[in-house]
Ligand binder design. Structure first.
Ligand code: MRU
Length: 355
């Protein structure tokens, strides 16, 4: 997608052997593009959320492992690099998925061949992500067009939570890709952007992306969604995912579950857009089994470096929650739309479901 009219991706291999990223902790004020030169750079970038969003974390991890193997390609360094990167953030399964793709590709090779092979796999994963997100956009745009047709041609309102746009992937995004494509196809739409406390991915990143693409949007506080739905102001919710179990439970940014509850109470369709790299086929019960990241309480107690919470009060900072499949109207994947549940996912990905 674009920044100031210039096509950009969220991560790219640079000619000097380093890896370019957009520092997402600086958006929306500044567009800074630091270079990752080592595995440790990549691990830190994921931890401090210079890069974030499930698919982008995965691709960054793959590039990070390739950077590490350039320094030391021994079996020991491979194992240590995998452990360091896997330990950065626990919830998005795309990280483990991408690291396993690199590990499986390089482990059988002689150490001297590993770094180049890992870089090739990381670049392939980045391209695969773009292809998957473009397909999600095409399938999701048909869903949005159908909602618009039912609305009789008036402007429709779509609510999204956190940032599942191109900044969370390599390009296009998951939840936002259908929105970009539907708009290109002439659907008249407006997006309600949840600000997404405490890190404000909605206000800072989703609103930035939508603004750059000229998509009409309004930022609302996280608790406004239920009110908007009660007043007929939301035609459709689309969110992304960090991990989906084989039964269709979805971990996504904290607050997603409450939006799904409000949507169910108000008869608003609630869709989850994600590539198959986000499905964890080993897990069934999302609430019981998906690890939920807990981040620093300081993200809750402080705003722009200033404490806003009462002095001495403790804070808890759960970064994700789980929305049970029963609250989800359907999935938008690279292979098309399906119902949220074991049958729906298995019908689109029979080979993975059977493995
Ligand atoms: O903590 P973040 O910003 O990495 O959380 C991101 C989300 O929750 C996204 O909705 C999810 O990763 C999907 S991104 C296409």
């Amino acid at each position: 997608m674009r920044i100031d009219g210039r096509p950009m991706r969220a991560i790219w291999a640079r000619a000097d052997g380093t890896v370019g990223i957009i520092d997402q902790t600086r958006l929306p004020w500044g567009v800074e593009t630091p270079a990752l030169a080592s595995l440790e750079d990549a691990a830190r970038a994921i931890e401090v959320m210079q890069v974030r969003g499930a698919p982008l974390i995965g691709v960054t991890g793959a590039f990070g492992l390739a950077l590490g193997l350039r320094e030391d390609a021994s079996d020991g360094a491979l194992a240590a690099g995998l452990a360091r990167l896997l330990g950065t953030r626990p919830t998005a399964v795309n990280l483990a998925w991408a690291l396993e793709r690199v590990r499986a590709g390089v482990a059988p090779l002689a150490p001297g061949e590993r770094a180049a092979a890992a870089l090739g796999i990381a670049e392939a994963l980045a391209e695969e992500d773009v292809t998957a997100c473009r397909a999600i956009g095409e399938h999701g745009a048909r869903l949005i067009a159908a909602v618009a047709a039912r609305a009789g041609g008036r402007r429709i309102n779509i609510l999204t939570h956190c940032n599942a746009g191109w900044l969370a992937t390599v390009d296009w995004g998951t939840a936002l890709a259908p929105i970009y494509m539907a708009r290109e196809q002439g659907v008249d739409l407006h997006v309600w952007v949840d600000e997404t406390r405490p890190r404000n991915q909605g206000a800072a990143l989703t609103a930035f992306e939508l603004g750059q693409e000229g998509v009409p949007h309004t930022i609302v506080v996280d608790n406004a969604g239920g009110h908007l739905m009660q007043h007929g102001q939301v035609d459709l919710c689309i969110v992304g995912a960090d991990r989906i179990t084989r039964l269709g439970d979805v971990a996504n940014k904290i607050g997603t579950y409450l939006k799904a509850l409000a949507a169910a109470d108000n008869g608003v369709p609630f869709h989850v857009a994600a590539p198959s790299s986000t499905i964890d086929w080993r897990l069934a019960d999302g609430v019981a089994q998906i690890p939920i990241e807990e981040r620093s309480p300081r993200e809750v107690t402080h705003l722009a470096g200033q404490r806003v919470a009462a002095p001495g009060s403790a804070a808890a900072n759960y970064a994700f929650d789980v929305t049970p499949a029963r609250l989800i109207s359907g999935f938008i994947t690279e292979r098309g739309l399906c119902q949220a549940g074991a049958g729906g996912l298995a019908s689109l990905f029979p080979e993975a479901a059977a493995a």
